[in-house]
Design a protein around this ligand. Structure first.
Ligand SMILES: C[S@@+](CC[C@H](N)C(=O)[O-])C[C@H]1O[C@@H](n2cnc3c(N)ncnc32)[C@H](O)[C@@H]1O
Length: 436
């Protein structure tokens, strides 16, 4: 006798299938969600993801397919569907192994459509390797030139060019002067050419899969990858950003003008010397740089994703309940922000009382003997120059300070490492969960 929950889940799933067959995909997705809330199955997630894909919600679709494969790694239909989705998003390197493994059906007969996609992926990869391999800076090229992990230089420029071209094709205007911190899939073949492509790194952060009903504060969102991710997981999200270039910390004695110039040098430095992004070749004003670097890219993604993420302009030090309008957040994310503060303890102390659940801190941490809580000064001795990074605390330092600020437990849950797409240098971030 099947239990009551299973019967309910099956009935919801059947209703969803009916809606799906009648091409009412949004409704189908909702019914599949209701079924999954009662009982999670690989089939259920596969169908949910397909309804999302046909509603053009590709990020959700990918997540659904990946969840189905977590539940059943041998689910051939899901592997094929995910492969197709990745091809549609231009991620041929990620798609290929999935399609290769599924193109011969269970009866051993090749599926003509999948076989065709395999050929297409191989051709596109070979083509892209041709582009990536032609330049002098190809030292870190990975085996997947259509996806960003482990690549630098010319491939990065090729991705910027592809993005700008696609934006023009879609009638979205000339976006060539924007700086993209994160790679974000905006659908319709439009993936922002971010220097950080964290799309495949999310598992390391151990965010809750289901954030429905949660309030989340994303401090220092940059292009907004994490804020949009939290929203897609169901949370109400407030994203914060410095209000202007004046909001960035600067070493005593440095002027905002110096900060603006140095940041402009970092922004797409390779493209500054070419005509390719002509607009960036002349010095930008402080307000222009702020817009091209932070607010413009975030707002663009917000609009494309039809996102309801709320925005608060404030330095980390000035965040308060009054400014944010929420008493205590279930989750606060501090990704690589304190690294850019002169007073990390003051920043952390401002954020701690805003969190009533978990604070997730991710950033570079000093390695080596961890027995003593310590913080290394990394700002150098040049009065006018630095990387806007001054302190590198170790894990023990964060652990003690977080506990002193009222968190009961602090746990290291993972590590996010990779290669900066633009310049090929590697990075490693330690991820801590501090709980009240
Ligand atoms: C390195 S990015 C990190 C982006 C994102 N949180 C992540 O983890 O990928 C640093 C972010 O912190 C912001 N930021 C820098 N200084 C800040 C400050 N004093 N207060 C608040 N945000 C700041 C930057 O504008 C930028 O959005």
């Amino acid at each position: 006798m099947p239990e009551q929950g299973s019967v309910l889940a099956e009935s919801k799933h059947e209703q969803g299938t009916l809606a799906f067959d009648q091409e009412r995909y949004e409704e189908a997705a909702r019914l599949f969600t209701e079924a999954l809330e009662v009982k999670e199955t690989a089939d259920g997630w596969n169908d949910w993801a397909t309804a999302q894909m046909l509603s053009e919600h590709r990020v959700m679709a990918e997540r659904g397919y990946r969840r189905a494969l977590e539940l059943d790694g041998t689910h051939q239909q899901t592997a094929a569907n995910l492969g197709i989705l990745l091809v549609r998003s231009g991620r041929f390197g990620d798609a290929l192994p999935l399609l290769e493994r599924t193109m011969n059906g269970t009866d051993g007969q090749p599926d003509a459509m999948l076989a065709q996609l395999v050929t297409h992926c191989r051709e596109r990869l070979a083509q892209a390797r041709g582009i990536a391999g032609s330049g002098p800076d190809d030292k870190t090229s990975s085996t997947d030139p259509t996806h960003s992990d482990g690549k630098a230089g010319d491939d990065y420029l090729a991705r910027i060019e592809k993005f700008n071209q696609r934006a023009l094709e879609l009638g979205l205007g000339d976006l060539s002067s924007y700086f993209w911190y994160h790679s974000i899939d905006l659908g319709e073949g439009l993936v922002t050419p971010g220097i950080f492509d964290l799309r495949d790194h999310l598992a390391a952060f151990r965010f809750p899969e289901d954030m429905r009903g949660m309030t989340v504060l994303d401090v220092g969102s940059a292009t907004g990858f994490f804020a949009f991710e939290f929203e897609q997981r169901g949370a109400r999200v407030i994203s914060t950003e410095v209000p202007s270039m004046e909001g960035f910390d600067r070493f005593p004695g440095q002027t905002t003008e110096q900060v603006v110039r140095k940041i402009q040098r970092w922004v797409n430095p390779r493209t500054h010397s070419t005509d390719q992004l002509g607009k960036l070749a002349r010095p930008l004003t402080s307000d222009e740089l702020y817009f091209h670097l932070l607010d413009g890219p975030f707002r663009f993604c917000q609009q494309r994703l039809n996102s309801k993420v709320e925005r608060c302009y404030s330095t980390v030090y000035d965040l308060s309940v009054e400014k944010l309008g929420i008493e205590g957040f279930d989750l606060v994310f501090l990704g690589n922000v304190l690294r850019h503060t002169l007073y990390p303890l003051k920043g952390l102390a401002a954020v701690a009382p805003l969190c009533k659940g978990t604070l997730i801190l991710s950033q570079t941490m000093l390695t080596g003997p961890d027995s003593q809580p310590a913080m290394l000064y990394v700002g150098g001795d040049d009065p006018g120059e630095d990387n806007s990074e001054w302190w590198n605390p170790n894990k023990a330092c964060f652990e003690q300070v977080l506990k002193k600020l009222g968190f009961k437990t602090v746990e290291e849950v993972g590590h996010d490492s990779g290669v900066l797409v633009e310049i090929g240098t590697s990075y490693g971030h330690t991820i801590l969960h501090a709980r009240k």
